[in-house]
Write a protein that binds this ligand. Sequence first.
Ligand code: PLP
Length: 394
Amino acid sequence: MFQNVEPTPLDPIIRLIGIFKADSRDNKIDMGVGVFRDSNGNTPIMSAVKEAEQRLHDQQTTKTYVGLSGDESFNKHITRMVFGDADTSRIRAVQAPGGCGALRVLSEMLSRVSSDSKVWLTDPTWGNHYPIFQGSGFETATYPYLNRTTKTVAVDELLDALSRRGPKDIVVFHGCCHNPSGAELQPEHWDEIARLAAKTGFFPFFDLAYQGFGDSLEQDAYSIRTVAREVESLVVASSCSKNFGLYRDRVGCAMIAGETSESADLACAQLLSTARSSYSMPPDHGAAIVGMILEDQELHQVWERELDGMRRRILELRVQMSDKLRTRTGHDRWDFIADHRGMFSLLVLDDEQVNRLRDEYAIYVVAGGRINIAGLRDEEEMDRFVDAFVTVTE
Ligand SMILES: Cc1ncc(COP(=O)(O)O)c(C=O)c1O
């Protein structure tokens, strides 16, 4: 069976994790993997999560299946978190195994209902978007997103490209905190995108993996809420891996906004049938924790405070890095780092620069120059990064 199997290249980020692990230098810095780290270099379990886990442990009486659509309290609260106070009568939510699970079941569902559509991804985008959408049978293409010189969104090119899309085009957007670039569309751009979607009829597909890591839980949902008001239908894949720190518990939600309540039901039935034929029922533990936190006023407050703290740390590191780079280089070429949002910025480095950072300075960044700014523990690591970065780039 396996003797003639072709070798498969490993996802570059997964490969980087392995190389970092094997590096024996004790001063190594991991700015590659996309997890939040605190100032001690840890990815902590949030205290609201710990408390909810304890309550769950004490209260849970069964481990029987949760059902195909998962935890209904979780689904209700995530819908509210994402769509705000929009009318939910035409919105359906299905708990999924992580953001990736949500992306995949939504993509599979769309390939059942519109197999001749084409999926448009931002250039650049998170590497896993390609196998997820292509694996569901879609042809993929890209639309302009990042101006690689200014490291801001190439707004005019993006809007021009979207104006040429139509009903057979599924356009994937990052709801906030674009991965890998860190460059963000502003509210007025989302207003324009919403108008374009309504006019041309392309189908918006939102990937929302970092709600709460950008400006606030509410502001980070501006994109989705604005577009949802203008178009007849869209989907959202949301993840609780980062904003609840529940990476390994695999918590996500696949959401469908249909033209009517009836069409939302039909699409949801297809979604559930897709889930049934792959993982069947979603895992319970993480979603039960999120549902409990969002239901309980006190836990909710504790969680939001901690999330605010995580976001503040990221924003402070951004300002610190851009200030230090301006001081060191005497120019403003790196000021964009403070304007970016989320954990990532794409610094646009070539292979030689990325390899020098790793080999000479024990600093790991993803190929192309994506950094996770939360990978820096303290000012000493920040200074080491800035020194090394200036040396390899200037
Ligand atoms: C853009 C984007 N989408 C989705 C995900 C899904 O994350 P998970 O499946 O761990 O919830 C990630 C995680 O890195 C991401 O960066």
